[in-house]
Design a protein around this ligand. Structure first.
Ligand SMILES: *Cc1c(COP(=O)(O)O)cnc(C)c1O
Length: 376
């Protein structure tokens, strides 16, 4: 089915094309100067000392937990209302994900009170996820982490350039991770980056990113090094310069795109204000955010009703999605299952409406009116 209004639209133009062609013509297409340039842009923009491009955010999360020394027998507290990769990364290092609930139907980020209830002497790390680009309660989370000697990895996949108390999300915890997957705020098809102020974490991650090899092929090609050693078992988690050149263009366009999304969000809040059967999460947030997606939650609803509403929207040419199926209910997590009351309601009654910078006021009014008709 092709939709009149898709869920998401890639913001690509001739600038991305030109940069990719330039990189191709340079004949250096694997990890090299373009990856370094993208890392530099992130360091400057996020006001952090170190950044490392990787092949995905999943790789970044895996490396983050490795360099923090998380291993079998350890516990990592994660939300269930997230993409599965947040919790899967914990399994990669043999540790146990411990699921915490979110705060409320208006704040879909991990609940610090539930984190506190779930801290044990095995807990090593907390991974908050900034849902839709809105900040988790980082003040409380950092306080808990300090009190219990835990590390914090921010899954900031939804939140590039989102702000929180004059800082950028991803730069507050020990390590921040971002995704450049196709449908994210900035896209290189596949890709990601990790940022940190801790030099050792990024040095260790750099080794692990490329088989544990002590020098990179770009350095060897430039004559800066002739040989290498392998000190530790690593992976191939590198980004390449073709994707990095896409990332540089996308990152430079990002702020403008987010300003358009902020406008779209305002139109939605205005257009939906007469529908009292829905909750708009984070409605009163005043920080600058990425608005990665636009979630709504149906009040006094069931999964069957939610699915029927989605179906009616689809009949009207409006594509929707669900963020997310509950991770704690997936088969591979049956041993880690724990009831999560608020998350359980959200996963059955949330609908994600279209969100991207090129949406017009007419589009948003059309979506709002359709939803009004369907719900009344
Ligand atoms: C997309 C996403 C990931 C995974 O990112 P990849 O780059 O596809 O590996 C992890 N966590 C969240 C919250 C995401 O949205």
């Amino acid at each position: 089915m092709s939709f009149k209004i898709p869920l998401f639209d890639l913001s690509y133009d001739e600038h991305e094309e030109n940069e990719v062609v330039k990189t191709l013509k340079s004949k250096w297409i694997s990890t090299g100067p373009k990856c370094q340039q993208l890392e530099k842009l992130f360091c400057e923009s996020f006001d952090v000392n170190f950044a490392l491009t990787v092949s995905s955010c999943t790789a970044a999360l895996h490396l983050a937990l490795m360099v923090l020394g998380v291993k079998k027998g350890d516990e990592v507290i994660v939300p269930s209302l997230t993409f599965a990769a947040t919790a899967n990364s914990v399994k990669y290092v043999g540790a146990t994900p411990v699921f915490a609930d979110v705060k409320s139907l208006t704040d879909l980020t991990i609940d610090p009170d539930d984190i506190l209830r779930k801290v044990t002497n095995k807990t090593k790390v907390i991974i908050p996820m900034h849902f839709a680009g809105f900040a988790a309660d980082m003040n409380s989370i950092m306080r808990i982490a300090n009190q219990h000697n835990l590390k914090v990895v921010e899954d900031a996949c939804h939140a590039p350039l989102s702000e929180y108390n004059e800082k950028k999300l991803g730069s507050i915890g020990d390590i921040g991770t971002f995704s450049f997957f196709s449908n994210k705020n900035m896209s290189t098809a596949e890709g990601g980056i990790m940022i940190s102020n801790n030099e050792k974490y990024i040095q260790d991650a750099r080794l692990l990113r490329s088989h544990g090899m002590t020098t990179m092929s770009y350095e060897r090609a430039k004559g800066h090094a002739t040989s290498y050693d392998i000190e530790t078992l690593g992976y191939n988690y590198r980004l390449d310069d073709i994707r990095a050149s896409l990332g540089i263009v996308q990152f430079k366009k990002l702020k403008k795109d987010l300003e358009k999304r902020r406008e779209v969000r305002k139109w939605y809040i205005e257009g939906l204000k007469n529908i009292n059967k829905i909750i708009i999460p984070f409605k009163d947030n005043t920080e600058f955010t990425s608005n990665y997606i636009f979630p709504i939650i149906l009040k006094d609803s069931t999964a069957e009703y939610r699915d029927s509403v989605r179906n009616s929207l689809h009949q009207n040419g409006i594509q929707t999605s669900i963020h997310y199926p509950a991770v704690h209910r997936f088969t591979i997590y049956k041993n880690e299952y724990t009831p999560l009351t608020i998350t359980d309601y959200i996963v059955s009654n949330e609908i994600t409406l279209p969100m991207y910078g090129a949406l017009t006021k007419q589009d948003v009014d059309y979506i709002s009116n359709c939803l009004y008709e369907i719900l009344n």
